[in-house]
Design a protein around this ligand. Structure first.
Ligand code: UD1
Length: 420
C-alpha cells in the first residue's frame, strides 16, 4: 500500500504548468466514438483515469494509443463498435457513463454498467436517463446495467434540466449531435469542460449554438468526422496549486489555464489576503502572512467549484478567523473533515454547512484520502502541519493529479511516496 509522507513547513515557490483537465479529456475520448476514423486529443494529463478510459474504449472496439511523451491520445474508431461497457471498468470511474450518449448515437444501443467512482454522494443518473428518453430512447435498468436502445434513431426535442448537471448535459449533447432535427437543452451546464467538448464536437461536424450559455441548441447532422483537439487546461489542478501557495505563505506562478476559469477561487484568495496577478495563460498567487478565513458556497459554474471545496476547508483550518463553507452539490464531501480533524483542525459540520475555525497550526498525523479532492486537501494541510503527515489512499490522488509529488517537490515541498 502506498502513502505520501508529507513534512510540514515549506513555503511553496516556483512555476508550475498545469496539464489538460481530467474532467474534460475523459469526455473528449468518449466523444471520439462519434466518428469513424482516428481522432487525436492533445494536452492529455498523465493520470490513471485516462488509462481506464483508454481500456474501456478498447473493449468497445476502438484502437487507442496513449503517447506519454507527446501527451496525446489517438482514438481510432472502427465502423462497428461493441456497445457494452462492463462493470469491472465502469466501477473504477464514474466518468465511464459518458460513453452512454456516443454509443447510443453510433450503435442505436448502449449497455453501460451503473458506475462507481468517487465516494462523494449518491450522484443520480436520472437527468441523463430522462434526457435520453426525451430523445426517443428506451432506457431500463437491468441487473446493474443501464440498457438504452433507440431502434428508430433519436429525434431532436426540448429538454429542460432541473439542475445544470455537467454529466447529463454531456450525455444529452453527445446523443443529440446526430439526432434528426433540433434539440434544445435548457438550464445546461456552462462549465469550461462543457465548452471544450462542444468545441470539439463542432470541429467533428456537429452544429451547436449557444456554447458557453445555459441554452444549447443542437442541429442534428448525418454523421461526424474525426478531428484533432487540445484539452482545456485543468482549472481544478490550477486552483489547487493556488490554494497551496496561499496556505504555505509562498509564491507560485501557474501556467496553462485560462484565469477566467478560476476567477471565483482567485477572488476568494484575494479576500484571504493573497496578492493575485493574472496573465493570458495563468496567474501568480503570493501570500506573505496567515490567510484570513473565507466563506465559500459551492455552485455550478461560474459559481465556486465543489472540486476546490476541500482545499479551501484545509486553508480555512489554518486561517485567522472563522468561515462557513456550504456544499450544495455532493452531500458526502464533508467526510474528509473527520480526517482533517486528525491534524487538529476545528471543523463542525451540520448538513451541508461546515463551520471552520482557523487555528494557528495543525499537527501532523496519519490520514486517509476518501476521494481525489479530499486527498489534495489533506496533502495541503500536511504541508502546513507541524511534523509528518502520512496520507493514505494515494490512488485517489493519482486519478486526478499528474505528477503530484514531483510538482510539489519542484515547488520546495518535502513529499515522499512510499510503500507501507
Ligand atoms: C462532474 C465532475 C466532478 C464535479 C461535478 C460538478 C467529471 C468526471 N466530474 O461530475 O468532478 O465535481 O461535475 O462540477 O466531470 N445529479 C442528479 N442526477 C443526474 C445527474 C446529476 O441528481 O442525473 C446530481 C448529482 O448527484 C450532484 C449534482 O447533480 O448532486 C451535480 O452533478 P453533475 O454536475 O452531474 O456532476 P458530475 O458530472 O457527476
Amino acid at each position: 500500500m502506498e502513502i505520501l509522507r508529507v513534512q510540514g513547513g515549506a513555503r511553496l515557490q516556483g512555476i508550475v504548468d498545469v496539464p489538460g483537465a481530467k474532467n474534460s479529456v475523459l469526455k473528449l475520448m468518449a466523444a471520439a466514438l462519434l466518428a469513424e476514423g482516428a481522432t487525436t486529443i492533445t494536452n492529455v494529463p498523465e493520470i490513471d483515469d485516462v488509462e481506464i478510459m483508454a481500456e474501456l474504449l478498447r473493449r468497445l472496439g476502438a484502437h487507442v494509443v496513449h503517447d506519454l511523451v507527446a501527451r496525446s491520445v489517438v482514438v481510432d474508431v472502427p465502423a462497428q463498435l461493441e456497445h457494452r461497457a462492463d462493470y469491472d471498468l465502469v466501477r473504477k470511474m464514474r466518468a465511464s457513463i459518458c460513453v452512454l450518449g456516443p454509443l447510443l448515437a453510433r450503435c442505436g444501443a448502449a449497455d453501460v454498467a451503473l458506475p462507481g467512482g468517487d465516494d462523494i454522494g449518491s450522484r443520480g443518473l436520472d437527468m441523463h436517463i430522462d434526457g435520453l428518453r426525451k430523445l426517443g430512447a428506451e432506457v431500463t435498468n437491468e441487473h446493474g446495467y443501464l440498457i438504452a436502445a433507440s431502434a428508430g434513431g433519436l429525434s431532436g426535442t426540448e429538454i429542460w434540466l432541473e439542475f445544470p448537471s455537467v454529466g447529463a448535459t454531456e450525455t444529452i449533447v453527445m446523443a443529440a449531435v446526430t439526432a434528426t432535427g433540433e434539440t434544445i437543452i435548457d438550464n445546461a451546464a456552462r462549465e469550461p469542460e462543457i465548452i471544450d467538448i462542444c468545441t470539439m464536437l463542432v470541429s467533428m461536424g456537429a452544429r451547436i449554438d449557444g456554447i458557453g450559455s445555459s441554452t444549447l441548441t443542437i442541429h442534428g447532422v448525418e454523421s461526424m468526422h474525426p478531428t484533432t483537439h487540445a484539452t482545456v487546461g485543468d482549472r481544478i489542478v490550477a486552483g489547487t496549486w493556488a490554494v497551496a501557495a496561499a496556505m504555505t505563505q509562498g509564491s507560485v506562478e501557474v501556467r496553462g489555464v485560462d484565469p477566467s476559469h478560476v476567477s471565483v477561487a482567485l477572488d476568494k484568495l484575494r479576500t484571504a489576503g493573497a496578492h493575485v496577478l493574472t496573465t493570458a495563460d495563468g496567474f501568480t498567487v503570493t501570500m506573505s502572512e496567515r490567510p484570513l478565513a473565507v466563506d465559500v458556497v459551492t455552485l455550478p459554474f461560474p459559481g465556486f467549484p465543489t472540486d476546490l471545496q476541500p482545499q479551501f476547508i484545509a486553508m480555512n483550518a489554518i486561517s485567522v478567523g472563522a468561515a462557513l463553507v456550504t456544499e450544495n452539490l455532493f452531500e458526502a464531501r464533508f467526510r474528509f473533515v473527520q480526517e482533517l480533524a486528525r491534524l487538529g483542525a476545528d471543523v463542525r459540520t451540520d448538513g451541508h454547512h461546515a463551520l471552520v475555525r482557523g487555528r494557528p497550526a495543525l499537527s501532523g498525523a496519519p490520514v486517509e484520502a476518501t476521494d481525489i479532492r479530499a486527498g489534495a486537501g489533506l496533502v495541503l494541510a500536511g504541508l502546513v502541519a507541524e511534523g509528518t503527515t502520512d496520507v493514505y489512499g494515494v490512488g485517489h490522488i493519482d486519478r486526478g493529479y499528474a505528477g503530484f509529488v514531483e510538482v510539489l517537490n519542484g515547488l520546495g515541498a518535502d513529499v515522499v511516496r512510499m510503500d507501507m
